[in-house]
Write a protein of this length. Structure first.
Length: 500
């Protein structure tokens, strides 16, 4: 379904509130003042606007990249066929034309100051975008539920569900690392060097700041990222023991609330979580975006809140009941049995190399041909045998689909009780609703979002990033002063010990 262009232009730019943004899109929530005019069709809705790099030409291109398939077609023809409908977020496209430019300019001006400095320095709303997206506001209370309790919404980026499944395709220089450490942990460890937890001193001269940045990039491996206390995506997806999921969620919350020990607490009486116990003095950096938390539509500052540990159990049970992690893991494994190295080993051996195979955008017909291999009724072994007989082009399309699923987010909305603020505290405490574990709580939900089809032309970039990142991580391990590195295989081989 496509709404008319007046669906959003009938609203005032001042009625939209900044929520969050990713690499390609910015999210606004419809939030008109209580005493003002309300567009009823927008109540409880969010608006997703495409972004572009600051100063780049206004091309008006599809934010999903070079593709013949619109996001709506991708959802209807592929996602709806392989993912349960209750896990997919419904959305509507709103066409934009040059007449909307002033409206978008006003929106951009209003939200500019609300955006994180790092985001607004490098990107801006694409004023030439051809469409926007209207969808339900998952960060706020359900539409029309006047008696709904406060809602806590978690946005989780689950990332990679498994290690490479065909080590025989891996290069000798990467096989040891790739079969022991998951890609999520490796990328987080390397990215942490680019975004250290100790910022440069703003009082320093430009030359001194440049030297500090150089030293930070040359620093050794942050021990947290190979410690047993880290967040590992394999634990999040693990079905070997229920404790693995709970450990992963516990680590995510601890990272989200981590403060360097040098940072003052806003509440000396009731301090928020000080960060992962047993980690290195640096602890995790804030280079990662695996978790965001919202309360009734407001993005929470982790320093100002305290999450009841019982919320981890409620969150885990909700995810388990939904089956979302099991389905995502199964799809990732079926779509990528070779790893990017194995795929390019086949592509490079093809007549003319891989460039010709990756030249054209993915088509609907190609997606239709892949769907039967992803049916839950087809055993993984049967899927693997069928994969071996597929054309190289189909294997490449499947890898682009795997990367699409690896870059998605999970939204989990839960009802909660809010403890009153203590007279001596400025920290809000959030606890789950009392009956949340007994049965699926009213108004709770789990949705998969950010499912934009990755362009097949990006596969060369994925290979280059994969090689560079694993090479750097391997060198970091070899040059590390510590020999106490806990691999992802070790993390998931036995049940973790959870705090009582």
């Amino acid at each position: 379904m496509e709404w008319s262009s007046s669906a959003i232009s009938s609203s005032l730019p001042s009625q939209w509130r900044y929520v969050a943004e990713g690499a390609a899109n910015l999210i606004l929530a419809y939030s008109p003042p209580a005493d003002g005019t309300v567009c009823e069709h927008l109540t409880g809705k969010c608006l997703r606007l495409a972004k572009r790099a600051t100063g780049s030409p206004a091309t008006g291109s599809n934010p999903a990249g070079s593709t013949h398939i619109t996001p709506g077609e991708f959802t209807r023809r592929f996602l709806a066929a392989v993912i349960p409908s209750e896990l997919l977020l419904a959305f509507q496209h709103v066409p934009l034309d040059p007449s909307h430019r002033t409206w978008l300019q006003d929106i951009a001006a209003l939200v500019h100051a609300m955006r994180p400095p790092a985001k607004r320095a490098h990107s801006e709303i694409d004023l030439a975008a051809r469409h926007a997206v209207i969808m339900d506001n998952l960060t706020g209370p359900p539409t029309g539920a006047d008696d709904a309790p406060l809602m806590l919404s978690f946005e989780i980026k689950p990332k990679w569900a498994s290690l490479p499944r065909a080590p025989e395709w891996l290069h000798p220089t990467s096989i040891e690392t790739k079969t022991q450490f998951c890609r999520t942990c490796v990328f987080r460890a390397v990215r942490a060097l680019e975004h250290p937890s100790t910022p440069t001193d703003p009082a320093s001269s430009p030359a001194q700041q440049q030297q500090q940045q150089k030293q930070q990039k040359e620093q050794s491996l942050n021990a947290y990222y190979t410690s047993p206390q880290r967040f590992c995506a394999l634990q999040l997806f693990s079905t070997g023991h229920p404790a693995h999921l709970r450990q992963a969620l516990t680590r995510l919350l601890a990272e989200w609330q981590f403060r360097p020990r040098s940072s003052p607490s806003p509440d000396p009486v009731h301090e928020p979580a000080p960060g992962p116990e047993g980690a290195s003095p640096l602890g995790p950096t804030h280079a990662h975006n695996n978790l965001k938390v919202f309360c009734n539509g407001v993005l929470l500052d982790p320093v100002s809140v305290q999450i009841d540990p019982q919320m981890v159990e409620v969150l885990a049970v909700t995810l388990e009941r939904s089956g979302v992690l099991v389905r995502l893991a199964d799809l990732q494994r079926r779509l990528d049995p070779l790893d990017i190295e194995g795929l390019f080993a086949e592509l490079d051996g093809a007549p003319g190399g891989g460039d010709a195979v990756l030249a054209e955008p993915v088509t609907v017909a190609e997606l239709d041909a892949i769907i039967p291999l992803l049916a839950e009724s087809i055993a993984p072994t049967e899927c693997a045998r069928a994969f071996a007989r597929l054309p190289l082009r189909t294997k490449a399309v499947m890898y682009a689909l795997a990367m699409t699923l690896r870059d998605c987010s999970l939204f989990v909305r839960l009802p909660l009780l809010q403890d009153p603020l203590s007279p001596t505290s400025c920290i809000s405490r959030f606890s789950p609703a009392t009956d949340a574990l007994a049965s699926p709580a009213a108004h709770s939900l789990v949705k998969i979002i950010d499912l934009d089809l990755k362009p097949i032309t990006r596969l060369h970039k994925y290979l280059a990033n994969d090689r560079a990142t694993f090479s750097r991580f391997t060198n970091l391990l070899l040059s590390s002063h510590s020999s106490q590195h806990t691999s992802c295989v070790q993390l998931t081989s036995s049940p973790p010990v959870l705090p009582s």
